[in-house]
Design a protein around this ligand. Structure first.
Ligand code: NAP
Length: 309
């Protein structure tokens, strides 16, 4: 029987792991298919306190894992297939095996939102990608025009990163101003290789017939005009959707799929706690996820202490 099972190894999960490990609860920490979470796909993280020069996202997550393991956290590369929380102890199916737990901390994060075009799906990994740091350096994108879609911090970060490889980066946004933080927006718009394309949405990714990206078809939302922009790659950065399908019907979620919190990190099921992007449609920062992970660990620890009184 596990005292604490933590689902997810992003900032929230690994901080919860660190705190529960230091409380001597020997947490079992399950990575899912993306160990380290979305931050591993970022380049330099400039706003995590304690790193004045910034830190590589992947390195930050490796360090967090090491820190948690140092105190006894057991991190396993494994995927949770189902959870049963209507009975105590809780039962998780993990890669086919049953695991019983007194408490669960859900820190399953969020995944990339897709535009929803058929051509986008068909050309995924053939020039359509959701991660510039993962794919930007591929030979197919070198010295080519590239398109980034979105107007938030992620889109700006991707666009700036891609200037290392691209001949030009078109930043296509559906409005005429960026949502990104001022520092990111200013840096992006000042870059000589980045050309904003305002008030525009993608209607098609070209060219499914050639089985590779050759351009995008755009529609200007103000004028209705359609146009084609030639490019060798499409980087989509239009936000995230919470990874909570697993908990549908078991834990209360809001309409967008975020896990609803009651008091602190408590879900509607006593003994099940939540932290990070899977429960946060507002802040979604590495440091807020880490803070929520800490809170969930403390809540789980207190809950367990209450059970044993
Ligand atoms: P975001 O802030 O939610 O921005 C998503 C962008 O995509 C918005 O500009 C939105 O347009 C656009 N969009 C959404 N759905 C769309 C659709 N179907 N078609 C076209 N455009 C669409 O997401 P994010 O940029 O991934 O950032 C998420 C959070 O992480 C934020 O809190 C951000 O500050 C943080 N973050 C921080 C850093 C950093 O500090 N270095 C880096 C990355 C992310 P509208 O503007 O019209 O809504």
């Amino acid at each position: 029987m596990e005292k604490v099972v933590i689902i997810g190894t992003g900032c929230a999960g690994l901080t919860a792991a660190l705190y529960t490990a230091r409380a001597n609860l020997k947490p079992l920490v399950l990575t899912g298919t993306m160990p380290g979470g979305l931050l591993t796909t970022t380049s330099i993280v400039e706003n995590f306190p304690g790193f004045p020069e910034g830190i590589d996202g992947y390195e930050l997550m490796v360090r967090m894992q090491k820190q948690a393991e140092r105190f006894g956290a057991r991190v396993e590369f494994a995927t949770v297939e189902s959870v049963e929380v209507s009975q105590r102890p809780f039962t998780l199916t993990v890669d086919g095996a049953k695991v019983q737990a007194e408490t669960i901390i859900i820190a399953s994060g969020a995944g990339h939102r897709h535009i929803g075009l058929e051509s986008e799906e068909k050309l995924e990994k053939k020039g359509v990608t959701y991660c510039a740091t993962c794919d930007g350096a591929l030979p197919m994108f070198r010295n080519q025009p590239l398109v980034v879609v979105g107007g938030g911090d992620s889109a700006c970060e991707e666009a700036v990163y891609l200037t290392r490889f691209a001949s030009v980066v078109y930043l296509v946004h559906r409005r005429d101003s960026l949502r990104a933080s001022k520092i990111m927006a200013d840096r992006t718009l000042a870059h000589p290789k980045i050309k904003p394309v305002w008030d525009s949405v993608l209607t098609e990714v070209l060219d499914v017939a050639q089985d590779k990206v050759t351009g995008v078809r755009l529609k200007n939302l103000k004028t209705g005009a359609e146009s084609v922009l030639d490019c060798a790659g499409l980087f989509i950065a239009i936000g995230h959707v919470p990874n909570t399908q697993l908990f549908q019907g078991a834990i209360n979620l809001d309409a967008a799929g975020y896990v609803l919190r009651q008091r602190g990190s408590e879900t509607n099921v006593p003994g099940v706690f939540v932290a990070g992007d899977c429960s946060d449609p507002v802040y979604r920062q590495a440091i807020t996820a880490a803070g929520m992970g800490c809170a969930a660990a403390i809540d789980a620890e207190r809950y367990l202490a209450g059970l044993n009184q």
